[in-house]
Design a protein around this ligand. Structure first.
Ligand SMILES: [Zn+2]
Length: 182
């Protein structure tokens, strides 16, 4: 977390000590308190808002990956290749960074989920799309699809704690938003 935030700070703010101090305060004291921003110039407020957004994402990422044991819910791979995916995507108005809206997915299956090649239904099953695969076959883009399908678990790998399970309505909505064809 500290590393990530420092990266954000260093990459976006150069060596301005005043800004660094402000960001430190935003991060350590004021993630949920905008009052410290009241005397700050507008553009500085935007920078701090961006850092707060990134800090929220990193917290979401840590919570989701920790809940899933750093393993992909679709295939069980760890190898430090696992990302925290939003079920209801960030661009959607009702998206949020709660663990119920998160899935741990390896980079391959994260992309496959967003392309609706695979999906996760409210019964916590891992699905693959015959129609998507058929379309890819027609475009000569389906090499190794059998191996790809063999990698998939039938049922999702879920967190130990049921409180951390993905929300069933979100899973349903996630399929609709991605135009799931089955
Ligand atoms: Zn995977």
């Amino acid at each position: 977390m500290d590393y990530a935030l420092n990266q954000v700070r260093f990459h976006e703010l150069g060596e301005d000590r005043g800004e660094a101090e402000l960001l430190n305060r935003a991060i350590t004291e004021g993630l949920h308190d905008d009052s410290i921003l009241s005397n700050v110039e507008h553009e500085r407020q935007e920078i701090v808002s961006l850092v707060k957004k990134k800090a929220r994402y990193w917290r979401f990422r840590e919570d989701v990956l920790d809940a899933y044991g750093y393993a992909c819910t679709a295939c069980g791979t760890q190898l430090d290749l696992v990302e925290a995916a939003h079920i209801i995507p960030v661009a959607e108005p009702r998206s949020h960074d709660s663990i119920a809206n998160g899935l741990a997915l390896c980079v391959l299956h994260h992309t496959a989920y967003d392309k609706a090649i695979i999906a996760f239904n409210p019964e916590y099953q891992v699905l693959y799309s015959n129609s998507a695969l058929e379309m890819l076959r027609r475009e000569n883009l389906a090499d190794r699809s059998e191996e790809f399908l063999d990698m998939l678990n039938k049922d999702m790998l879920l967190p130990d704690e049921t409180a951390c399970y993905p929300d069933k309505d979100y899973l349903e909505r996630g399929m609709q938003i991605r135009n799931w064809q089955g």
